[in-house]
Design a protein around this ligand. Structure first.
Ligand code: DGL
Length: 283
């Protein structure tokens, strides 16, 4: 299976695109709903929780795990890739979603001025600024943390007036920092659920860069180049790969909450995450 991880429901927006471009692949989606949101947590907590989730996905036969969470990608990816992976599963891989977006963003802006909206963790890590500067050193980049948006989305308050109020506040703040911004990265996998509100509030000349589409395309390219990993991911020759939905909260909670992100009804399984040393990494 191809493992996809998020702190909660947000990664389902990425999973949907992945399943569309990789229809024969079997997926395991893991949401750490019991401990979401991650956005305002410390580096230590986000790193430890993400490592536990990755280790769990390895243990159920996912040789490749995509962190479909900007916060986990910003705070935990590098350490897991460099420090943990060589020790726990050297032939497995973990990928994040910041670098693929950074690679692409320069192709999407006309003014060369872009804005990043994300959780406090993603914004304070400056990961987007660092990665974008590697590929597009001339771009002008502003960022703004949006701490209220994930809790509102996780609670299903998508059409609540307070959600619109906060979207307005955050977009006004970032556009005041640089009125020439023409492209906004919704750098949190929960925010696509609020795309309608963003579209309503943003001036016409400001476009939203879709993260899920870019990530899925980059994953496809990665798998076609890395056949050693691709050959270890289980697939269904009939082109209708299976998806396992796993959560650290109750299956009932996940099934209800996921309905905002996933059109079809799903059956979720509750799992327990422990320290990475408790899993065996035979794959
Ligand atoms: N959806 C996640 C992201 O892309 C994290 C949200 C959270 O847990 O705060 O950053």
């Amino acid at each position: 299976m191809l493992g996809v991880f998020d702190s909660g429901f947000g990664g389902l927006t990425v999973l949907k695109e992945l399943a569309r471009v990789l229809p024969s692949y079997n997926f395991a989606y893991l949401g750490d709903n019991a401990r979401a949101p991650y956005g305002s947590r410390s580096f230590e907590s986000i790193y430890r929780y993400t490592l536990e989730a990755v280790s769990f996905l390895f243990s159920i036969n996912c040789p490749l795990v995509i962190l479909a969470c900007n916060t986990a990608s910003a705070k935990a990816l590098r350490t897991i890739q460099q420090k943990d992976l060589p020790l726990i599963a050297p032939s497995n891989r973990v990928l994040g979603i910041i670098r693929p977006m950074a690679e692409e963003i320069g192709n999407l802006t006309k003014t060369g001025h872009i804005g990043i909206l994300g959780t406090e963790g993603t914004i304070t890590s400056c990961s987007y600024l660092i990665e974008i500067a590697k590929f597009w050193p001339d771009l002008q980049v502003e960022q703004e943390p949006c701490p209220m948006l994930v809790p509102l989305v996780e609670k299903g308050l998508i059409n609540h007036p307070s959600t619109e109020m906060f979207v307005k506040e955050y977009t006004q703040k970032i556009l005041a920092k640089d009125p020439r911004i023409d492209t906004l990265i919704l750098a949190c996998t929960h925010y696509p659920l609020l795309q309608g509100i963003f579209a309503k509030i943003l001036p016409e000349n400001v476009k939203i860069a879709s993260q899920a589409g870019v990530i899925a395309q980059k994953a496809l390219e990665y798998l076609s180049k890395h056949t050693e990993i691709d050959s270890r991911i289980s697939k269904n020759p009939s082109k209708s790969g299976k998806i396992r939905f796993l959560t650290t909260d109750s299956s009932d909670f996940f099934e209800k909450g996921a309905s905002f992100f996933w059109e079809k009804p799903i059956a979720a399984e509750k799992v327990f995450l422990y320290s990475s040393n408790d899993y065996s990494h035979s794959n």
